[in-house]
Ligand binder design. Sequence first.
Ligand SMILES: [Zn+2]
Length: 428
Amino acid sequence: MCAHGKNLYNTIKMEIGKYSFGIGDRFGHQGKAQLSALLKAKETGIEIVPVWNKSNREHGIVGTSPADVKTEADESVKSLGWSGEYHVDADHINLSNVDPYIEHSDFFTIDVADYILEPADADKKNAFLQHNRKYIGELNIPGISKSYQITEELLTEIADKYLYATQKAAEIYRHISSIKGEGLFIPEVSMDEVADPQSPVELFFILGALAEEKLPLQTIAPKFTGRFNKGVDYEGDIQQFEKEFEEDLLLIDFAVKTFGLPGNLKLSVHSGSDKFSIYPVIGRLIKKYDKGIHVKTAGTTWLEEIIGLAAAEGEALELAKKVYRNAFERQEALCAPYAAVIDINPEALPSPGSVDGWSSDKFADTLRHIPGHPDYNSSFRQLIHVGYKVAAELGDEYYNKLEKYAGIIGQNVEENIFERHLKRLFDL
Ligand SMILES: [Zn+2]
């Protein structure tokens, strides 16, 4: 069935494990606490591969470089005696910014969102249409009861929307590959930061086009239905999500066989932290079909730093309040780059003056993501989430406190990942 006479699986020399968890760490101090959550999961019998991810935007704001993430990962692994696989993810890169990551990363999230709807070459488009005309009519995917109606118009629409993006993904892949060596890193393609979700049938033809370009994809991050706001729960129709997620799993299986894509190809859920209401759905479905998953968290470890500081009381709590005050005063500028992925209700934000009077518990409980807790405030949480620039600007004032209160902060980081995320996702 493979269209290329070559199974792309055979080119892989580095293969990501079945379950993996993307741990962003904006300020680079929590690697060990994050890893200890995965060690705890391992003790319960489930192996989850840690992937330290940091985007170009985060590096720019915090003033770090890709080498720092690699150092953090290596040191955490060494100090905790982690014997398993781990990776460093160049998160949301493209051709213009990938170079500084190549030496220090072995997982590349190739972001093609900006290339969607750009026109592909006429020749390429014709080849795509010719190739896929055999699917015109009813497309049946094993395990999915309904059939998909494929028409010339639909194929043309998919080509116009996604073909150029798949070619750019391959161009970026080849560039990385020419430096790192073929098969020696994990390629992910992401198209999550766009307005419209990709339908399962679109995803099928996108995978076909990526295979045609000989990109040995191991993870794919589509935009799912519903809102994946940063650091808060899923908002949308859970039943619709479940239906599409299940279809995506089945069609990936079918695409792997049809196009000769790597057999470990799995879905990657971006902005995946805190999506508590869909974790049981994801967990149940990947178990049902014996599939892997990559969940990329949205850098919420930094919120645990603020929670830990609040919990430490005294000068640490004062610093947490100062961060909120600054974030509150600059909310417009801080929110702008994240406008598409946050939903803050300004009326729900407490005034900095009233927050100044809060106890340690009140501050921590307002920020900590415990659904149903009377003090939990998702607007407060989202504002602090995008406010990490404030802490970055505080420089040593912030870093010194991170070090001074490392114990209590680390406890919060570990508990957040293990208790609230991994337990729900993997039913531990
Ligand atoms: Zn993403």
